[in-house]
Design a binder for this molecule. Sequence first.
Ligand SMILES: CCCCCCCCCCCCCC(=O)SCCNC(=O)CCNC(=O)[C@H](O)C(C)(C)COP(=O)(O)OP(=O)(O)OC[C@H]1O[C@@H](n2cnc3c(N)ncnc32)[C@H](O)[C@@H]1OP(=O)(O)O
Length: 447
Amino acid sequence: MGEHKFWATQPVPQLGDAPPLGDGYIEASKPREEVRQEPYPLPKDFQWSTIDLNDPNQLKEVYELLSSNYVEDDHASFRFQYSAEFLHWALMPPGHHREWHVGVRVASNKKLVAFIAGIPMTLRVRENVFHASEINYLCVHKKLRSKRLAPVLIKEVTRQCHLKGVFQAIYTAGVLLPTPVSTCRYYHRLLNVPKLVDIGFTYIPRNMTLARMIRLNKLPTVPDLSRNNAGLREMEEGDVKQVLSLYTRYMQRFKMVPVMTESDVRHQFLSGMGKGQRPPGVWKGRREQQVVWTYVVEDPRTNRITDFFSFYTLPSTVIGNLKYNTVEIAYLYYYATEVAFSSGAEEDGRLKTRLQELISDALIIADQAGFDVFNCLTLMDNNQFLEEFKFGRGDGLLHYYLYNWRTAPLAGVEAIGGDPVGRGSHIHALELNSNFTICSRLIFVYK
Ligand SMILES: CCCCCCCCCCCCCC(=O)SCCNC(=O)CCNC(=O)[C@H](O)C(C)(C)COP(=O)(O)OP(=O)(O)OC[C@H]1O[C@@H](n2cnc3c(N)ncnc32)[C@H](O)[C@@H]1OP(=O)(O)O
């Protein structure tokens, strides 16, 4: 991994450190008066700028910076294309701080050339629950790379977190830094096969034809749990309490999870639902400006919410393709089911069956809404459906990091049946070209 001049100075586990014996902070928290009061110096010609994402012009500036300069795959074929609605949703959860949306501008013309953002959260790592910030969207304009601006941005957002009394953080990156707490792999379920072949996201293997590939990936048009009064419908405001309860209980299965409140659930699962109403029972098409898609299953006899699942939209720009500008990608978000709490359900396969019913419907909904591909990571209970649903192993890894918190490594990729390579190639018998290296919202839950 070479030398890390910056990371060697930070309170993170260093390479080669022995796994910690117990969990805890690396550096003690400081009282506010001991936190550095003035911003870190920037190179001459640049200035700090707190970004007000409620101002549509500033939101657009961030959107434009990221659209042209954010994460690309290794072959420079795809680049994340966050929409303004997405950024508004992802960066303004309940309790967010304007000061944690840190920008750098050129002093002379005020052009936004770098950005980093934090949002507050409550995190549970094993049995410890603490306030943390989730850091994301670190971006330096392509023309200003390799000038050590990134460490200054990181130090400044850290200072801003310290000023609010937050001394721990979580973040993900495609690059390997000191030192991941876990690593996950992306998996992809092809939906619009001809387009994905056209743009080079995937290809037709030698012993396969396009027609056969389309047939193999074809999905039904109506979600199964919407038939026979089985209770599938979009989540609504009135479901918040029950979804929170289901989420909280289900997440007990995992070792690293965001702890949510009612307002978090409302924000994460409803506020990005977009404009307008889709009539009940209509599965085709999408709402204007919709970022997150959340569905619940309501037991028609008891009116209890027994399950939920969600996914969000994050298109990627297709770089240099004449036919297509973007690839529409759905990312699996959170899900939970009551079945997990009925005794013996895991052992006798009922949990697996139920998860498959839910995710199968998520795929159908995404397909009907015109998504090209459905992504997920090797975390939560995703190993229960990757193979059956023809998810293909991607070539992108996502490393998870904790700042100023020590804990033994958590299972990530290994959670998938021990041999992701074999299983992955078995699933699809084809290689997927998709090194999407960072998740827009973090989903960090491991067994
Ligand atoms: C208590 C609260 C704490 C809050 C803070 C918690 C920590 C948060 C940490 C941030 C979490 C971010 C989560 C995300 O958003 S991950 C997404 C990152 N963004 C992109 O990949 C977009 C495209 N790339 C760029 O914009 C630039 O290449 C970036 C900005 C990434 C680096 O710019 P540049 O290429 O011009 O480099 P430099 O000369 O300025 O600086 C070089 C130094 O920077 C270290 N580096 C490079 N990439 C990353 C990276 N992704 N995370 C952490 N460190 C990174 C690198 O190892 C080296 O340090 P060292 O190896 O010498 O030591």
